[in-house]
Design a protein around this ligand. Structure first.
Ligand SMILES: Nc1nc2c(ncn2[C@@H]2O[C@H](COP(=O)(O)OP(=O)(O)O)[C@@H](O)[C@H]2O)c(=O)[nH]1
Ligand SMILES: C=C(OP(=O)(O)O)C(=O)O
Ligand SMILES: [Mn+2]
Length: 608
């Protein structure tokens, strides 16, 4: 037996997984890092790496009395969000990736990536980051290794995943794992000074679904660089899920407890920056109701022994949008952050070593904004945002005061309802229930939302976001819809009820008609009433739409006529959508299941 030598590794590798060692050696030979280090996920490692990141100017250590053990990074201004135009699904055939993904021939892309990765880690350390998505004691834990030349990635992965020695031990000496390669694409020549946020103008976020591999080049931003999240837990996992008969979805998981102490688990799919993290940590405003968080971004759902659909949150932390977060909109997020151990990216720094962003309580007189410039609320332009609209906090989920005990359960939680939602200023009512599972699939398949700052593109433009998964489906969108239909056939009447929600409807004067945030608990109560068969609804073109009089508005100062307007359905607006939906379904191609076309035909018929 020959032992693999990994160039740059000091001492013994902490694994005897021969195939893994050969892979690491091959990547080290290609990328030529100065050093190779296995990440163990320990607190000592966190201290060492965060100290190094402070010394290198990537991190600012925040004031210990305000945000203990917490750090702020300001990225390169051109590396602030996911880059969908640079994201590729390199399945064996173009049809495998389908019309919603950028496709490149895998052999060609591999060749190109090898060129880009060649020498790309020179002058840097390559970290071997083992991690597990979901509880380590799951029957079939989903494991991964990310090779990255970014210490920011290592410490962020410690927050976002179960990272380190325990995951490496789970892989064992011959276990399967998803291979992830990440480089910021900024090699250092001898004597060359590093910059605080190294990255490359050119970016490639590439996925090879058949071989379960990820190659990510040129970006340090979370969604592009923390490969466990969108790349593995959604794009690669969606392909695994199709093959293995489960679902990998862009959904929060919420535990809702009624005044009678009855527990309901609700999953909700909203596109990026449309309110998942906020709803997941919701503090109900209605008497007697409580909510706890299981997950805020990703749900992996499988059938349990009782035939119901059970969801697991594969992540270990929150990677939340900072602006808009405050003690009234999301008190639980604020308390989670007070506990420290967090990484902030692209928010503003206060003079006393704390962080600030738009809509956080108390506007300071002076800040260093996310671009590193002086910022004052008036004059001096004061105009620009102090924090980037897609600035983020990254914090362990178990610090949240309302984390559900079931968060660590490998079996997951039984889902009673699935909500679909997006940002629509018009057309889409506050809440409506689907007629059936297949009607729910149709609603998901044609879901629309205004574009947000979480990805490049024109903010506000309305586009289709199937199941909130548009940039995350790792295969053909038509096959993905078919998988949803098939899951419904398997689950029968045990499938969750499906609802369409919209927190973002606006009045003629441009203000939100519905107060949102904690008040969304009122909508969730209606959802529970529907599950329990306790409330009637109006049959509308959208489905079973709530009546304002059936939503508990006790203690709410929003006038009922605003709620009525938020719930109203204007058939004219719905008719205007029809050509757009026709175009969208055509775009999705011949694999769109007949069940979806039938639901669309039924909608057209309802509209007359
Ligand atoms: N008006 C309104 N804004 C919301 C609501 N929920 C979230 N937001 C805002 O939407 C943005 C994104 O929210 P977040 O929960 O982080 O979205 P995620 O990316 O889907 O997890 C933040 O600026 C929030 O303040 C709501 O119910 N109403
Ligand atoms: C992490 C992200 O997702 P979300 O906005 O859905 O939290 C992202 O879009 O990079
Ligand atoms: Mn989120």
């Amino acid at each position: 037996m020959t032992t693999t030598t990994i160039p740059g590794l000091e001492g013994q590798a902490p694994t005897d997984h021969a195939e893994m060692l050969a892979w690491i050696a091959e990547v080290a030979e290609l990328t030529q890092p100065d050093r190779v280090v296995f990440a163990d996920g320990s607190d000592e490692e966190w201290d060492r790496l965060t100290t190094e990141l402070v010394e290198r100017g990537t991190f600012v250590r925040l004031d210990e009395s305000k945000k203990p053990n917490s750090f702020l990074a300001q990225s390169d201004p051109k590396d602030v969000a996911r880059v969908e135009s640079r994201t590729f699904i390199c399945s064996e055939t173009e049809e495998g990736a389908g019309p919603t993904n950028n496709w490149r021939d895998p052999a060609e892309m591999r060749g190109h990536m090898r060129e880009l990765f060649s020498g790309s880690m020179r002058g840097r350390t390559m970290y071997v980051v083992p991690y597990c998505m979901g509880p380590l004691d799951a029957e079939d834990p989903k494991l991964g290794i990310e090779l990255s030349d970014s210490a920011y990635v290592v410490v962020s992965m410690k927050i976002m995943t179960r990272m380190g020695t325990a995951a490496l031990e789970k892989i064992g000496s011959d276990g399967a794992y998803v291979k992830g390669l990440h480089t910021v694409g900024a090699p250092l020549e001898p004597g060359q000074d590093d910059v605080p946020w190294p990255c490359n103008e050119e970016k490639y976020i590439t996925h090879f679904p058949e071989t379960r591999e990820i190659w990510s080049f040129g970006s340090g931003y979370g969604g592009n660089a923390l490969l466990g999240k969108k790349c593995f837990a959604l794009r690669i996992a969606s392909a695994m899920a199709r093959d293995e008969g489960w679902m990998a979805e862009h959904m929060l998981i919420l535990k809702l407890i009624s005044p009678e102490e009855k527990v309901y688990f609700i999953a909700a799919a909203f596109p990026s920056a449309c309110g998942k993290t906020n709803l997941a940590m919701l503090q109900p405003t209605i008497e007697g109701w409580r909510a706890e968080v299981v997950g805020d971004d990703i749900a992996w759902m499988r059938f349990g022994e009782d035939g119901r659909l059970y969801a697991v949150n594969p992540e270990y932390g929150f990677f939340g949008v900072a602006p808009g977060t405050n003690y009234s909109s999301n008190p639980n997020a604020m308390k989670t952050l007070e506990a420290g151990n967090s990484i902030y990216t692209n928010v503003a720094l206060t003079d006393d070593g704390d962080v600030w962003w738009e809509d956080l309580e108390g506007t300071p007189d002076h800040l260093i904004d996310w671009l590193g410039n002086d910022w004052t609320p008036v004059g001096d332009g004061g105009a620009g945002n102090a924090a980037h609209p897609n600035s983020r906090y990254c914090v362990p989920i178990d610090q949240c005061p309302v984390t559900a005990a079931e968060f660590n359960s490998p079996e997951g939680v039984p889902i009673s309802a699935i909500l679909f939602g997006g940002r629509r200023a018009d057309t889409v009512p506050l809440v409506s229930e689907a007629h059936s599972w297949n009607h729910g699939v149709y609603i998901g398949a044609t879901l629309s939302s205004g574009q947000t700052a979480a990805a490049e593109g024109q903010v506000g433009a309305v586009r289709r976001f199937p199941m909130a998964m548009l940039p995350f489906i790792g295969y053909n969108v038509g096959d993905y819809f078919q998988h949803w239909v098939d899951m419904g056939t398997r689950g029968g009447d045990k499938m969750p009820k499906v609802f369409l929600v919209n927190w973002f409807r606006k009045g003629a004067d441009g203000r939100f008609l519905w107060p949102g945030f904690g008040e969304n608990s009122r909508v969730l109560k209606w959802v529970v009433d529907r599950i329990e068969g306790r409330v009637e609804a109006d049959e509308t073109v959208a489905g079973f739409t709530a009546r304002a009089s059936d939503i508990d508005l006790t203690g709410l100062d929003t006038p009922i006529k605003d709620v009525e307007e938020a719930l109203a359905i204007d058939p004219e607006e719905w008719r205007r959508e029809l050509p757009l939906i026709t175009e969208w379904l055509e775009f999705c191609g011949p694999k769109v299941p007949s069940e979806v076309h039938e639901q669309f035909a039924a909608l057209k018929e309802r509209l007359g």
